[in-house]
Structure formats: C-alpha cells, structure tokens
Write a protein that binds this ligand. Structure first.
Ligand code: ADP
Length: 374
C-alpha cells in the first residue's frame, strides 16, 4: 500500500487530508511537527510527504532540507502545503528540495492528482532501484563463481579427466581379473591377453597418478610471450569488479622497460589470481592499518622474480610449511578449498621456478616466485 505522511501541527488539517486520501486507498500517517516527521521517516520511509510550511519548532522548509539530507531521503517526494501569501517560503521550500506545492484550502482533485503522479514516479524509481540492486548482487555472485571455477580449472579439469579414465580402466581391469580367476579355478595358466590387459591397466594407473601429482604443470601447453603489466591490470580489474578490493590499496611495481613473460598466459593468470585472492582475503579483516596489496617484479638472468605482498596478519611459522599442502585451508567451509597454493606451486615449478611464503615488508605475507622472462 502507498503510504503518505501528513505533517501538520493542526490535527484538523491532518484529518482533512486523511479524509481525502484514505478512501482512495492510501495509507495515511500523520506527524504534528517537523521533528516527529523526521523520526517517522527515519523509522519507516513513506512514499510521499505532505508538509505544512508554518509549524512551531523546525518549519516546513527546514524539515524538507533535513529529509533530503537523510540516507534515501532524496528519493521521497515532498509536497509542501502553503497558505495564501507564502510566496517567499515557496521559493525557499523549492530551494530546500520540495517537489511540488499545494495551496490551502487544499482542493480534493488537485491533491489526488499530485499525489498519484509523484507516488507513481517513486514506485517506478523504487522498482528500478530494486532491479538494479538484484542485478548487481547477481553479477557479483556470478563473477565470484566464475572466479572460483577459474581458480580450480586446473585441478577440476584434470581430476575429472583422470576420474573418467580410471572409471574406464576399472571395467577393463575387472574383466581381465575375472579371466585370470577363472583360469586359476581351472588350474590353467592365465591367458596372455588377460595378463597384457592387467599390465596395460597398471601402466595407465601409474600414468594417471603421475599426471595428478604434476597437477597443473604446464607441459604441452602453448607458451607465448606477453606483457606482465597487461595481465596484472586484467587480474586486478577482475578482483575490483567483484568488489574484492574495496578499501584496498592494490598496485604493482614493474621495471620501467616492462616485463615480457614466456609461459602460458592462462596459467600465469591463475598464479596471480590465486595469490591476490588470498592476499585480498588476508587484508579483509585488517582494521588498524591500511589494507595494502602489492606485486613487485624485477628481472634477472631470464627470470621474472615476483613477490605478492600484503599487509594482512601474515602466516605463522607453524603454518608456513603447510600452506602449500593440498586441502590445507583456514577459511570457512565453502570459501576455502586449500587447493589455490597447490595450483600455484605446480604451475611455477612446471616452469622451472620455485615459490616460497615469507614475511612481507608491510608485515603480512609475501609469496615469492619466479617465471621465465625475456
Ligand atoms: P584457500 O585459499 O582455499 O584456503 P590456499 O591453498 O590458496 O587455499 O591457501 C591455503 C591457506 O594458506 C589459506 O587458507 C590461509 O590460511 C593461508 N594463506 C594463503 N595466503 C595467505 C596470505 N596472503 N596471508 C595469510 N594466510 C594465507
């Protein structure tokens, strides 16, 4: 129901407006002073305010100005009800943000037309704002999901491919095993075919185990030469767009001549994404110092020596060895997978580098690693 707040120090005026609006389906509330109106609006914003100008305490103009200054108050339509000869006040009310005016004595039809128009505009605006809010929320959720999916792309793709293969192997190994069992029951030698199938199966299991162990190691992936600054801008842009860098001072410092990395771009992107997401998580709870996230890179001997630093709580000595372990996480269920740093390590080692966790100059954690560069 559309609510109208009538603000007038004369109860009879409130009753009059109520009598005109209620039959038309409006819910009418009343306040007998500007102060009371402001308190009511703060507690439950109406869809429109009908404001008398001359009131003891804060007058209509001041009340209008204060409504406009309230959070969300700029969207509430305010109609000022003026007595004859209040031209001066009308101008002041307009300047204070009033949307429209009604002259006393209030004409029934005029009142209804104004209220209807203004509340319809507000309803449309509210609808649009709600839609916008829902879309923004959905976008953030989707981006977060995408990001998570990308983080785990290496693990996920590989694991499901290997799972599929192991499933197939299971069937052929079971068949070969049954053949061997039957031969043994008949006191015969197992057939060459079954033995070969077993051997093949075992070799395949070993190959898959190796593949899983070298999770994310780039190997056959297409290596390209690309500008690291470009990639960092992209990764930080993604994090910013999903609101993970709110209130965070995030930047990178690279040599002036730039850094050209020689690797699969998508893998390097995964490395920075994982490290920067962790760093963003780490600084999220910081309140007593600036939230800082910094990527430092310099190039020596054909390697880009990179550091991702943050001003978060850092990692205790007891945990520093464990953070690269698969499934190790200190994050709440649903947020942490404990695979991010595992992926980072496998990608970096796949390019002949190393990655270590230490203390950052900012006091938090620092992840240092190297990648091939020219
Ligand atoms: P996840 O982020 O899913 O927990 P990770 O393998 O990326 O998995 O990280 C493992 C753990 O390492 C985290 O849960 C956290 O305890 C610790 N960690 C990683 N990065 C940081 C950091 N920048 N600051 C503090 N702790 C960190």
């Amino acid at each position: 129901m559309t609510t109208v707040l009538v603000v007038d120090d004369e109860p009879v005026n409130c009753d009059l407006l109520d009598a005109m609006l209620s039959p038309e389906g409006y819910e009418v509330r009343s306040a007998s002073s500007g102060e009371e109106a402001l308190a009511q609006i703060a507690a439950a914003p109406p869809d429109l305010v009908l404001l008398d100008l001359a009131m003891p305490g804060i007058d209509g103009v001041e009340a209008c100005r204060r409504i406009r200054a309230m959070p969300g108050g700029e969207l509430i339509p305010v109609v000022v009800v003026t007595a004859h000869g209040e031209r001066e006040s009308r101008i002041r009310a307009k300047a204070a943000g009033a949307d429209d005016f009604l002259a006393k004595p209030v004409d029934d039809a005029e009142l209804l037309a104004r209220v209807k128009n203004l509340t319809r505009v507000k309803a449309l605006h509210d609808l649009r704002a709600r839609r916008h809010e829902a879309l923004t929320r959905e976008l953030a959720e989707r981006s977060e999901q995408l990001l998570r999916a990308e983080r785990l792309a290496t693990v996920g793709t590989l694991a499901s491919a290997v799972g599929h293969e192991l499933n197939n192997l299971d069937a052929s190994l079971a068949l070969a095993l049954r053949g061997i069992e039957q031969a043994v029951m008949r006191a015969e030698a197992p057939s060459e075919e079954d033995l070969a199938a077993m051997q093949h199966g075992l070799r395949a299991v070993r190959a898959h185990a190796t593949q899983l162990l070298s999770l994310g190691r780039p190997g056959a992936e297409r290596v390209e030469v690309f500008d690291l600054a470009d990639l960092l801008r992209e990764v930080l842009g993604t994090l910013r767009s999903i609101g993970r860098l709110r209130g965070v001072d995030a930047e990178f410092s690279l040599p002036e001549e730039g850094v050209a990395i020689v690797a699969a771009r998508v893998r390097v992107s995964q490395v920075f994404l994982n490290l920067l997401l962790n760093a963003a998580d780490a600084v999220a709870a910081v309140t007593d110092r600036p939230k800082v996230l910094r990527v430092r890179v310099r190039v020596t001997d054909g390697r880009a020596r990179c550091a991702v630093d943050d001003s978060g709580p850092g990692i205790t000595d007891a945990l520093i060895e464990r953070v690269f372990e698969p499934w190790f996480t200190t994050k709440p269920v649903g947020q942490g997978t404990g695979l991010g740093l595992l992926v980072v390590r496998h990608i970096v080692e796949g390019y002949g580098g190393t990655v270590i966790a230490t203390r950052a100059p900012e006091g938090g954690a620092s992840f240092q690693f190297d990648l091939p560069a020219i």
